[in-house]
Design a protein around this ligand. Structure first.
Ligand code: FES
Length: 110
């Protein structure tokens, strides 16, 4: 369940900003990781498995399992649970680890 929105009603809180995820805007509270922002926005999947194409998302939350990989600002294989979100970040989900072409077209998952 995503955390409640701030009392002032502004997306991302008073120090918040937005990032672009699969072409849409996602609010971020200052200090959140990419994974935290994605989960707060109701996005549970970050990538798909290499062979079966099954969705994966945050599992360990501490950089151990590599289930939360995303493409961030064109950089593949970014662990969303470790990367603090920055204003202007462009994130793509749905990539298969090890796929040098990055994302499969239209494979962003929510
Ligand atoms: S959730 Fe396990 S490495 Fe990010």
């Amino acid at each position: 369940m995503p955390p409640p929105e701030p009392a002032d009603g502004r997306a991302g809180g008073p120090d918040g900003f937005t990032i672009t995820v699969d072409g849409g805007e996602v609010p971020v509270r200052a200090g959140q990781t990419l994974a935290a922002a994605l989960l707060a926005a109701g996005r549970r999947s970050t990538r798909r498995t290499r062979f079966a194409g099954r969705p994966r998302g945050v599992f360990c939350g501490i950089g151990i399992c590599f289930d939360c990989l995303v493409v961030c600002n064109g950089e593949p294989g970014v662990r969303a649970c470790l990367r603090p979100a920055e204003p202007g970040d462009v994130v793509e989900t749905g990539a298969e680890p090890g796929d040098p072409s990055g994302l499969r077209a239209g494979e962003g998952v929510r």
